[in-house]
Design a protein around this ligand. Structure first.
Ligand code: TRP
Length: 364
């Protein structure tokens, strides 16, 4: 059972996806999808989770469901090879979450570092919605309903996978081996683990306005790259520069390949040489930014092109999602049946139970 490789991951539809999502997870998903080295792969739009802190803004979530679907298709996720679905359309996940709630304590949820940070960020103070507080449980249902073994996510999601693992262990220890423990799959490059915003702030976030979106035009990209945060101490070209904490170099770490030098900047043969020159002094920011812009366009142009194609037939995108939801329901439904059998809440398909009760009462 555990030898199967089942990938699963999702994104909240609260905005369009940006290049932080791309290097943190999307790029890897496409590589895995195209390698064929998996048994099943599920990628889903976590609209129900997005509603846990957007309950008064359903229109925003609804609009972004299609944005995220288009982002998925444009990076090259292919519904012929994997299953793409919408969380809320798979009610089995909600049902599973309800049973998992009995396996987790309030204090354990309070200790979840991601939930802690998010609660602080949202200024909920004492008015935390219960659904938001318990979303790690719902996320455990997302994962286990598909018996997922590999979860490609950003670093901030690690505590969620740990929480899911604990739920699996607890469930299996009480009800017998039923669910499968998941493993987190993190990006192997430190720059990709948490790509900073274009202003140098720790994370790309829509509210900070420091994101480069996958759907940005070449003009938008140009503006964003040219106004990127670099090294405040690198005032004159001749000054020695710092590459640490310098966005241009962090983005290069995430995107640059040696072949980009041959193609766009043959004065250097690799990123280390470029960094050495920048550190010594005598290399201007604008030159580095232009190089970065070319690399980002090299990566983003095919994504923009594919998006344009899919945008021409939106009904087909919804149809694809609908089919994905049906596939997902079938898979989650099979697990839910096993779960109910293990939990002894499968009254009507348990012939032994009915027989046993009949015997008991016929003897009275
Ligand atoms: N919490 C994830 C995010 O914010 C989205 C998500 C929901 C998810 N369920 C999941 C990711 C299950 C991986 C597995 O991006």
């Amino acid at each position: 059972m555990a030898s199967k490789k089942i990938y699963l991951t999702g994104d909240r539809p609260t905005g369009r996806l940006h290049i932080g999502h791309y290097v943190g997870s999307l790029r890897r998903r496409v590589e895995i999808q195209n390698s064929g080295d998996f048994d099943k792969m599920f990628v889903f739009i976590a609209d129900a989770q997005a509603l846990t802190d957007n309950i008064d803004n359903p229109e925003k979530v609804r609009q972004n469901v299609i944005e995220v679907a288009l982002d998925y298709l444009s990076v090259g996720l292919d519904p012929e090879k994997i299953t793409i679905f919408i969380q809320s359309q798979v009610p089995e996940l909600t049902e599973l979450s309800f049973y998992f709630m009995d396996l987790v304590t309030v204090s354990r949820l309070q200790r979840n570092p991601t939930v802690k940070t998010e609660i602080a960020m949202r200024n909920f103070e004492t008015s935390i919605p219960v659904g938001f507080f318990t979303y790690p449980i719902s996320q455990a249902a997302d994962i286990t309903a598909f018996k997922a073994t590999h979860i490609p996510v950003g670093e901030d999601q690690k505590p969620m996978i740990e929480q899911a693992t604990e739920i699996v262990r607890k469930f299996n220890s009480i009800y017998g081996e039923t669910l499968v423990e998941p493993d987190v799959v993190l990006p192997d490059n430190a720059a990709c683990l948490r790509l900073p915003g274009t202003d140098g702030k720790a994370k790309m976030s829509k509210s900070l306005g420091n994101c480069i979106y996958l759907s940005d035009t070449a003009e938008e990209l140009h503006k964003k790259v040219m106004s990127m945060y670099t090294d405040p101490l690198h005032i004159n070209v001749a000054d020695p520069g710092h590459v640490e904490g310098n966005c241009v170099f962090t983005y290069l770490d995430a995107f640059c390949k040696d072949s980009d030098f041959a193609e766009f900047w043959p004065d250097y043969s690799n990123l280390d040489e470029l960094k050495d020159h920048y550190r010594r002094g005598g290399l201007g920011d604008v030159k580095c930014k232009k190089f970065l812009e070319k690399i980002l366009n090299r990566e983003l142009e095919p994504i923009r092109e594919r998006r344009k194609q899919f945008e021409k037939d939106i009904p087909a995108v919804y149809e694809m999602l609908k089919k994905g939801c049906e596939e997902a329901r079938a898979a989650a439904g099979a697990t839910l049946e096993e779960v109910k059998r293990a939990m002894k809440i499968n009254y009507f398909d348990d012939e032994a139970l009915i027989r046993e009760q009949s015997v008991k009462y016929s003897q009275q």
